[in-house]
Ligand binder design. Sequence first.
Ligand code: NAD
Length: 256
Amino acid sequence: MQLHGKTALVTGSTSGIGLGIAQVLAKAGARLVLNGFGDPEPALEQIRALGTEAIHHPADVSKPQDIAALIEATEAAFGGVDILVNNAGIQHVALVEEFPVERWDAIIAINLSSVFHATRLCLPGMKSRGWGRIVNVASAHGLVGSAGKAAYVAAKHGVVGLTKVVALETAQLNITCNAICPGFVLTPLVQQQIDAKAANGLTAEQAKAELLSEKQPSLEFVTPEQLGELVAFLCSDAARQVRGAAWSMDGGWTAR
Ligand code: NAD
């Protein structure tokens, strides 16, 4: 599968799943626009080492004006966004009645509203060029709930719904929109939850095993590389009729 000549924008790609997806798209030949917090140089070096062009933009995707600047910068550097991977996301765990209102607002802004803003701003260019692929990184929590994750579950269910609407609005174009629904992936976002368990007296290995055994029947983490390969498939011509899907890669989590 070749993505030579295509430009991929992956939000939240300075670490974790986003970086894994960016690496697979770069191997397929796409130019990359990375985004996210922290020092972008290690991620940029990894992508450029794969033989493709890459830039980083520091947009905070909780801010619509930053998302507009991110897409304008992509257009200026590479001519436009062909592949949009809405990946940036955060988590906070608390019961509903104790959930900090500021964390609710941040999770809805970063995990859900940013997908709307990036999509609405990228679609005109995709339509004018006659090709586009939008992949939204939802979660098993886009399909089922878990106690303590009200904002995250609400946002990810929203992403799955938004994905369906965008797929229907582009159904007769060579533009597809799909969601992927990972189970647990061992990234900083999940490490925080392991650390919280370990603080209650478990070893790190026991905490990992407990987290997986609660939800993920395979008892193995999904990897960013596996998710990257799924995104690359969704960008291929073979996936042209995959539209509005919420594609699980969750070690069996949602099969129960
Ligand atoms: P991570 O914390 O490793 O990476 C998150 C990335 O998003 C980082 O690059 C960070 O800088 C960036 N980011 C955070 N807030 C941002 C903001 N306001 N603006 C721009 N960038 C921002 O997390 P991850 O585990 O790789 O998660 C990536 C996506 O995958 C998220 O949408 C998450 O909900 C989803 N997901 C993760 C898991 C998992 O088990 N790790 C499972 C299912 C879904």
